[in-house]
Design a protein around this ligand. Structure first.
Ligand SMILES: [Zn+2]
Length: 66
């Protein structure tokens, strides 16, 4: 699912997520507009959207999804 000419050496920012619903971990990625991280639980497909904070705020790269 890559554009083709997008440089692979600049990876999309990602967030490590702990899905409390299923007790699993996965990674979600920043959306195209860089406004939020979005993804789905790998097991039950429960969606999550976490607002991206630019230039400060929480630098946490790990989130727990209730
Ligand atoms: Zn789940």
């Amino acid at each position: 699912m890559t554009g083709g000419c997008e440089a692979p050496r600049t990876p999309r920012p990602s967030l490590q997520v702990h899905w409390k619903c299923c007790g699993v971990y996965s990674r979600i990625y920043l959306n195209r507009d860089e406004t939020y991280f979005a993804g789905n639980c790998p097991r039950c497909a429960s969606p999550v959207r976490i607002r991206a904070v630019k230039g400060g705020g929480s630098k946490s790269r790990f989130w727990t999804v209730e």
